[in-house]
Ligand binder design. Sequence first.
Ligand SMILES: [Zn+2]
Length: 149
Amino acid sequence: MAQEHIKSMIELFDSLSVAGETVKDEDGVVYLLASLPDSYSVLVTALEANEEVPKLETVIERILHEERKFQEKKPVSYTRENAMTSHGFSKSKPRAKCFHCGKYGHIKKCCRDLKTEKRVTRRKRNDLQHLGMRLRRLHRRTQIVRMKC
Ligand SMILES: [Zn+2]
């Protein structure tokens, strides 16, 4: 699934460069990260925390790796919940279930996932606006060049 998404994004970048708007690796990374579903927010946050923008290939590799992890995750989380019960964690706390992430032990209002996602969404929007501005500027420049001819 992620593979198809990446493919369509790369095709989009290619079609942009055909139109004369070279999409730099850096822009591609920002765009690709911003287009990922919320389930990738942990990976996106980790990649955005890097001081240097990671290479496009690295990002693609990480996304595919993350997808593989999702597929293997289901039985693991079940075991983890069992282990928690045996340690008595869930007995001492009321079994509140979060309507956002579906985990037990907290409610949606206190959900850390939700808070992270909100922050990431805001950053994504900023990044996308920035990218949009750059693309528009590039577009304008290419039009001027065309008029000269
Ligand atoms: Zn939650």
